[in-house]
Design a protein around this ligand. Structure first.
Ligand code: PHE
Length: 510
């Protein structure tokens, strides 16, 4: 429409001097006219020159008075024609801002007597301000003085209006030629390609975004070689560090961290709890906290000699311990469950290690665990744990603190605090807190401790061998790194799919 109007007009006229006037004369939107001008100009059908004009538009306050009348007139009308009204009464009848402005303007205009009692000084007033505002709304021009006074009252603001003046261009034609975008088989067969005008290639145009699969941030953190490799690297580099700072860590230099095989979600209660000196009445072993399997409900293979030793340490103690003194039941130990921590894997590994001639070892794992918990913004029934342990002669709590500082500073968390805690299988035990700069507070990031002799000695470890160990959830750092504060935004049916598409690969640490 606008295009035909412009090209048609120029066929018989020298120029369109003002696109704004042209638009209103032809009943067109100025915006549409401008867009067509830009496009025709691009193909040189027309030449266009910018024109700029200062115009005035109403502010929100100006619009209000144009509709409801100026405050001074509203105030005047609220004063009775005869007699007077108290100032308080008058105030109650009007908007606070209308009252305030109205008082000062009506006073200035000498329309009313302002005192404790307010009365009219004149009988009729005209709302000049409202009239002026309406004229501006209609696009009319006002005198300089009127503009200045309305502007001073912040009822109007200046706005730059942009338009064009237009003349024929070198490629002018009364109708735009349709340009071809593709050379077709028909064009070649008919031979009309000779007369066709082709659209130029736009090498700057963006292509449509490719449709592709996207890896979930959590999966990225767990399985993506890039991220998992970073956790691995942390463990591997820690092995190397020992060589350099022998005084920090007392354990042997000749071993690095090895990844434990974590490919069994189903575990027996024995390896998940009993072997860790976790008593059978412990609340964690309740079905409210643990998912037990219905089929197969029990394990068939346990190392009988070792089971006997574990049973004895629970019942009667030993190795300097008094034990728990309760009736240990094999049926409890046989129950299958979904492992509640990867410490079950560490336990199996330590048991196997103790069978060999002693050599220091360091292990780590990153895999899934399950807890029968109610889901909230920081808890899910399935999550992942990162776990590390060091087994050597003569390790101390100082070694554990040193290792934890080293490990977490590689994750970018160098301010740590430790709080005494309780785990059935570690003594001493420490919860690990890190200062979160973003949240401005200390957040719990992991748990740690030294495995108890009641756990290690039945496996067959010599008395002077200790194991320091720590565990943390993979989700915590992933949430922090992705700026997610609700775990359900990361995992489950409430996940926003566009988050997964936009989510960049996150680097851990510095
Ligand atoms: N297993 C503990 C947990 O699930 C973590 C831990 C690992 C604690 C090793 C101490 C030693 O929270």
């Amino acid at each position: 429409m606008a295009e035909d109007a412009i090209l048609g007009y120029l066929a018989t006229h020298e120029e369109i001097s003002d696109s704004g006037i042209f638009a209103s004369q032809h009943g067109l939107q100025h915006n549409d006219v401008v867009n067509v001008i830009k496009s025709l100009h691009g193909f040189r059908y027309i030449d266009a020159e910018d024109i700029k004009k200062e115009s005035w538009v109403l502010t929100d306050e100006g619009k209000k008075y144009a509709a409801e009348g100026s405050p001074e007139v509203q105030l005047f009308l609220a004063v009775p024609p005869e007699g007077s009204i108290s100032k308080d009464e008058l105030q109650k009848k009007l908007d606070p801002s209308v009252f305030k402005i109205g008082c000062s303007q009506a006073g200035k205009n000498k329309w009313v007597d302002m005192g404790k009692q307010v009365s009219r000084k004149v009988q009729h007033v005209e709302d000049k301000v409202k009239d002026l505002l309406i004229r501006i709304q209609d696009g009319q021009e006002l005198s300089k003085e009127d503009n200045t006074s309305l502007k001073a009252r912040k009822l109007i603001v200046a706005q730059t209006w942009k338009g064009y003046s237009v003349r024929k261009g070198p490629n002018y034609a009364p109708n735009r030629k349709k340009v071809a975008t593709d050379l077709t088989r028909e064009n070649l067969q008919k031979g009309d390609w000779k007369d066709l005008e082709f659209k130029e290639y736009n090498f700057n145009a963006k292509g449509p975004p490719p449709e592709a699969g996207h890896v979930h941030p959590l999966l990225k953190a767990r399985i993506e070689p890039f991220v998992k490799q970073q956790f691995r690297n942390i463990f591997l580099q820690m092995g190397i560090l020992v060589l350099k700072f022998d005084d920090v860590f007392s354990f042997g230099a000749d071993c690095s961290f090895e990844e434990m095989p974590t490919n069994n979600y189903v575990e027996s209660s024995f390896w998940n709890f009993d072997a860790l000196f976790q008593p059978q009445q412990h609340p964690a072993r309740d079905s409210h906290d643990t998912f037990f399997l219905e089929a197969p409900s029990t394990t068939k293979q346990l190392p009988e000699d070792y089971v006997e030793l574990v049973k004895n340490v629970h019942k009667d103690g030993g190795y300097g311990s008094r034990g728990y003194n309760y009736d240990w039941k094999r049926e409890e130990a046989d129950k299958n469950l979904l492992r509640t921590h990867t410490t079950a894997v560490s336990t199996r590994m330590l048991y196997a290690l103790a069978k060999q001639p002693f050599a220091p070892k360091r292990y780590f794992s990153i895999d899934r665990v399950f807890r029968n918990e109610s889901v909230d913004r920081t808890h899910l029934a399935e999550f992942h744990q990162i776990e590390g342990l060091v087994c050597d002669r003569g390790l101390t709590l100082g070694d554990l603190i040193g290792v934890l500082n080293d490990f977490f500073s590689r994750l970018g968390m160098s301010k740590l605090k430790f709080k005494p805690a309780y785990n059935p299988y570690t003594e001493p035990s420490m919860e690990i807190f890190s200062y979160h700069e973003g949240l401005g507070k200390w957040v719990e990031i992991g748990n740690s401790g030294m495995f108890r002799p009641e756990m290690l000695r039945p496996m067959g470890f010599p008395e002077d061998v200790s194991v320091i160990a720590w565990g943390l959830s993979l989700e915590r750092p992933t949430m922090i790194l992705n700026g997610i504060d609700n775990i359900r935004d990361l995992f489950g049916h409430k996940v926003d799919l566009s988050l997964i598409k936009r989510n960049p690969i996150c680097r851990i640490g510095l």
